[in-house]
Structure formats: C-alpha cells, structure tokens
Design a protein around this ligand. Sequence first.
Ligand SMILES: Nc1nc2c(ncn2[C@@H]2O[C@H](COP(=O)(O)OP(=O)(O)OP(=O)(O)O)[C@@H](O)[C@H]2O)c(=O)[nH]1
Length: 295
Amino acid sequence: MAESYRSGFVNIFGAPNAGKSTLLNLLLGERLVIVSPKVQTTRHRILGILSEPGYQVVFSDTPGIIEPKYKLHQKMMLQVKSALEDVDVAILVHDINLPAEELEIITNSLKLKVPAILLLNKTDAMKDKGAIDGIVKQYKERYPGWEVLPISARKGKGTDKIMPLVLKALPEGMPFYPDDSISDRNERFFVAEMIREQIYALYEEEIPYHTAVIIQSFEEKPTLNVIKAEIIVSRETQKIILIGKGGSMIKQLGINARKEIEEFLQKKVHLELFVKVRPKWRDNENYLREYGYNG
Ligand SMILES: Nc1nc2c(ncn2[C@@H]2O[C@H](COP(=O)(O)OP(=O)(O)OP(=O)(O)O)[C@@H](O)[C@H]2O)c(=O)[nH]1
C-alpha cells in the first residue's frame, strides 16, 4: 500500500551564525538563502519549499535571535514569534562548540510546543571528535523528547538523517504549493539578497549592517534582464565608502553581484546600482515596510 502524502511547515531557529542558512541551502539543494560569515544577515523570513514524491516541506529561516535594539530588530523578533504559531516541526541549530547555556537562552525564549529536532552543528570544527557522543547524550538529557543529531552543515555530514526525522513529525495532508515552486518569494527578492550578499563580502562590518537593497526595476528582455537597484544607507560617509575611490568599489560590487545573479537567473544581466542616503531608515516604519521588513 502506498504511504499517504505528508506536508507541513518547518522553522529553523538558532543563534546568529549557528549555520541555519547553510543548512537550509543544503536541504533544499538550491542556493536560495544568503550565507555570510557575519552575523545577522538573514533579516527576512524566507520560505524554501522542498517537494518530493510523497511529501512537501515548507521551510523558513528566521532572523537571528537577538535583543531588539532598533525598530528593525523588533520586527525581526516579531517574525521569530509569528514563525512559531504555524509550525509543525522546529529545527534548532546550535554550534556544538559553544556552551549549552547559549542554546538555553533561545529555547527559554521560544517556549516550544511542537516536536523539536536539535542539530548540533559544526562537528567538523571540533578538536576532539571522540567527545561527540557524550555531548549528544548530555543534550538528550537536557531536552527529553527531542531528537538530537550531530551534523556538519558545511561538509554535509550526518545531514541525511534530518529529513527522515522531519517526515516522521509531519502531518498527513495535501501540498500547500504547486510542485515546481522553489520559493514563494519572487526573483526580485533573491536578486536583492544576492546584491546584499556581495555587499557583505566586499565591505567592512559596519557598512553592510547599515544597508538595504531595493530593486527599482526588473525588465525582462529576450536576451538579457535589465535590473536597477537602489542601495540605501543612513549616512553620506557610508555612501562615499560604498562608492569607493573613483567609483572603484561600486564597480566591483556590480561585477560580483551580476555574476551571481546571472548564474541564478541563467540569463545575461545588465545591472545598475544607485546609492541613496536615507537618514535613520532603520528607525523609520515607512522605510522598513517599503524595504520588505513586514512586522
Ligand atoms: N566549520 C563549520 N562552519 C559552518 C558550518 N555550517 C555553517 N558554518 C559557517 O558558519 C557561518 C554562519 O553560517 P550561516 O549559515 O550564515 O549561519 P546563520 O545561522 O544562517 O546566520 P544568521 O543569518 O546570522 O542568523 C558561515 O561562515 C558558515 O560557512 C559547519 O558545519 N561547520
């Protein structure tokens, strides 16, 4: 007899830098979520959908769990909370090299009521691999009823055990989305994320943190796409840094971002970047809404 179809929502939680985006990319097999060595890159609640014969899993990657300092941060926390309300399974990602107390801060604030899978990530970075089993046992005692798996999202180690656990916890049901949709966000969104990812790669800490990207126009022509994007910063000095001497930095940014976008869209791209100064955009409700940070 054929197994019944399963579908549901899975949210991935964890401290900034725990490896949530890396994991999601691995599970989806598509490079959809921004990955950066710097913290707090994932501001958006991104849905990725895994459709396989027999099941559909809708994943969301939530923003890093942090103290709300600016309005932007408050919105991120709201997204974390709302993500919990419609979830079937929670995946918690924790760096196995960090103390258990750091995970506790998160689990205390989440108050999970759904099945949880705890992934102890970055086993590849451990000095003493022999300690893994003992650590897993400790976490199992700390969180009775939870599944605990040691993994390396970066190396794809232990990760094949994740989906069977997820599926076990998913309810029976019909697919939520058509089979071919990889995400409910449109291409513009991913293009903006790719530009932002390249800003992270190219500039020092402070700059990416103060930056938002919006796509002004996205024109599809037969042989290429013409994309115009605005990079929003809060101060004139940031604009100067972004542009660089004689425009050298923004030129490099444009080249790097274009390469990524062309690979994603599988099409030639003409990319134009404009830098705009909008003082205090991070504290302004209207701007936040305009840039897609919906509370
Ligand atoms: N050594 C090692 N590094 C990893 C592993 N998984 C992720 N990383 C690295 O950890 C850093 C953070 O990874 P992300 O996937 O961006 O983490 P995140 O949890 O999504 O971070 P935020 O977006 O800030 O919430 C990146 O430099 C990754 O390459 C792993 O299994 N082993």
